[in-house]
Write a protein that binds this ligand. Sequence first.
Ligand code: ADP
Ligand code: GN1
Ligand code: MG
Length: 353
Amino acid sequence: MSKKYDLKSVMLQFQVEGSFTGGEPYGGGHINDTFKIDTDENGKRVRYILQRINHLVFKNPEGMMDNIKRVTEHIRNKENSAFKSPMYLINTVDDGILHRDPNGNYWRLYNFIEGAETYDIIESTEQAYQGAKAFGIFQQELADLPGDDLFETIPDFHNTPKRYKAFELALIEGDTARIEAAQEEIALAKKLRKYAPIITDLLASGKIPARVTHNDTKLNNVMLEDGTQEGICVIDLDTLMTGSSLYDFGDFIRTAGRIGAEDEKDLSQLSFSEEMYEASLKGFLETAGSALNQLEKDHLAISSIVMTYEVGLRFLTDYLMGDVYFKTSHETHNIERTRVQFKMVDEIKKRLD
Ligand code: ADP
Ligand code: GN1
Ligand code: MG
């Protein structure tokens, strides 16, 4: 991936003091192309995160970057922000926040959060507690974001009934061999349909409020400090927009409650951990909890099923459509991810009933 792009010349488009010494693909995100960049600033190594925005997914990169600028500045300007190492955008040489290269690619640059890691698979209840706490704080710190509503970077992102409709369309327009191969998963997607409208119905009835939410609160979108494991920075701000607390809690549990990988091939290796759930619930309630109404609290547990089901539907739809959305490493990657999500719906149900 790094060979495809001239990272050194892209870096020249940003206001960076040091000289470029190297860059390589970084992290396990499914959407953007992320690079770790090394620079030398008077003998000191300074690192950055350079990203090529996936503009097939984010069709209005300017609107999205406007959200990110507003939010990162809001948090950075808070006198008593709980985040030790906030992420911020580095300006381009012409004082913008987005560089468009001659091939039409959009690039942005962030400070590198040092002394911390993201985790694809949960390792301890402390991580679950700290991760959920960080996403809860993030929601708290954005509750007083001034100005208009954030730009909707992906319309109907967590509208699960619309995700179901997209799945139904994929059954008509998708790859016939893949539809044939995925009969079992298709049947499961249909069987679990009742979960789709739970959160959207609550929002539509006004019984739970719309809030500024992160909307992509997987475990590997929070940086946990080495040693203390404290959540020192929330990252991946592309889907920040109006949403529900239930989306954020549910998606965190989807990843932090799961023992095993998101694409584990051996389903018998997977389980749902009540300890991880309890630790996450504690972290989220201690922070975002004070703002939640009773109905939101009552639906926290089921939100983890809804969000796990939704992501399963999305992986399945992408598999049927020929892998056009999520990055995949092999032909059957999306169907393997689908199986994990649907198995986890079952596991969560068994434990939370
Ligand atoms: P995607 O939208 O593709 O998921 P992310 O913004 O989540 O991309 O970035 C992918 C990975 O890169 C993250 O999971 C994290 O490991 C790493 N990363 C992203 N931003 C930073 C940062 N500012 N500092 C350190 N690591 C980062
Ligand atoms: C994507 O970007 P990343 O890898 O953090 C996706 C999420 C899914 C997740 C599944 C913009 O998250 O919605 O839940 O994969 N992000 C986007 O792992 O679609
Ligand atoms: Mg990410």
